[in-house]
Design a protein around this ligand. Structure first.
Ligand code: ISE
Length: 358
């Protein structure tokens, strides 16, 4: 259904979720439990059993009845669906995004926007042709309270110019058995690419991805860990460690070094301090390392989805847009080239259509 930007605030946004894997199920439950002003009406997945199982689970936790469909495009075209959360694999996004743009349906699209820069640019141009913002990309760190506070401090100018950014991004284990080498860049590092652009306010112009000694827990054919070195248009140097099988837990940190001080996001000492006995083994001290991104960024996801729902109801856009999705994908693509071929790879972004600067 088309939401008319001039129609005022609509009382309740009827949402459909496409893709019911880890993030789709997480967003569906979030919509049922914690998001105001929206009602989840349908979930779709080519594996219908999974969609049906999720719909049943949502009923058990007290949600209103949710229809389960097998065809994502039927969900987008459904008269009862005002807006779509796209949590299908990135390779499935292009036709699903095209359907959303074709029906004027606002869409919160999980990253990556698409699998390569060219197809992401098509999304940017298709949205620009419509002349209204419909696409939000799920770069949830932009809604994390610490990243938001860091952005405010940097923008205030009180620490002076940004000189360097250091990121750490560790996952406890590969998210699924099919995890391929490229995914460390396209699915994980893409967050550092986006948040660098957001914090520094400049495009990334080159990237080199390097690997050294690998963990013995690395999957065959996957370089793990890796370090990316990026440069922004204004020559800010950025390092990013991406570790897929760190075994310890999910750790995301970022330190921005400025002329007059530093800002750190995700300090390990934050939160409650505990000492803990481990059944006869040596005890441990400190806080807890979260198991995965759903725990670490729970609040960011809630805020992101609530901000998206509120913006859709007003007929507006919020958060990362199609251009941000394109820019991040183009840098990730260059990163994958560097990962296989070595050396720094320049990133040449296309000219930004003027209608996308909303
Ligand atoms: C996953 O797909 C995500 O988006 C997480 O935020 C990221 O930390 C993880 O590495 C990815 O696999």
């Amino acid at each position: 259904m088309t939401l008319d930007a001039g129609a005022g605030v609509i009382p309740e946004l009827r949402v459909g979720v496409v893709g019911v894997g880890v993030m789709g199920a997480d967003h569906a439950e979030r919509l049922v439990r914690r998001i105001g002003g929206a009602r989840l009406v349908a979930v779709a997945d080519p594996v219908l059993d999974r969609a049906q199982a999720l719909a049943a689970h949502l009923g058990e936790i007290g949600g209103a009845p949710v229809r389960a469909l097998a065809d994502p495009l039927a969900l987008v075209a459904d008269d009862e669906v005002d807006a779509v959360v796209l949590a299908s694999p990135g390779s499935a996004h292009p036709p699903q995004l095209a359907a959303c743009l074709g029906t004027g349906t606002p869409v919160l699209c999980e990253k990556p926007l698409t699998m390569d820069g060219d197809s992401s640019l098509e999304v940017v141009r298709a949205e620009a042709d419509l002349g209204r913002r419909l696409v939000q990309v799920g770069f949830m760190r932009r809604f994390d309270p610490e990243y938001v506070a860091a952005k405010e401090i940097l923008d205030s100018g009180r620490l002076g110019r940004v000189l360097l950014v250091h990121h750490v991004h560790r996952n406890q284990a590969p998210p699924h058995p099919g995890f391929a080498a490229e995914m460390a860049v396209r699915d994980s590092l893409v967050h550092e690419i986006d948040i660098t652009r957001y914090l520094v306010g400049e495009e990334v112009t080159s990237i080199a991805v390097m690997s050294g000694r690998a963990t013995s827990a690395a999957r065959p054919g996957v370089h793990d860990p890796q370090v990316a070195v990026m440069r922004t248009r204004g020559d800010v140097l950025v390092t990013a460690e991406v570790f897929i099988a760190s075994r310890t837990g999910y750790e995301v940190r970022c330190e921005v070094v400025c002329e007059g001080g530093t800002v750190v996001v995700g300090r390990p000492a934050a939160g409650v301090y505990v000492t803990e006995a481990h059944d006869g083994r040596a005890g441990s001290w400190g806080g807890e390392v979260p198991g995965d991104y759903r725990a670490r960024f729970a609040l960011a996801y809630d805020r992101q989805v609530q901000a998206w729902v509120d913006a859709c109801r007003r007929g507006e856009g919020v958060g990362a847009g199609a251009w941000d999705g394109y820019a991040a994908t183009a840098v990730a693509e260059a990163g994958m080239t560097s990962m296989w071929a070595g050396g720094a790879v320049e990133v040449a972004l296309s000219e930004r259509p003027s209608a996308t600067s909303h």
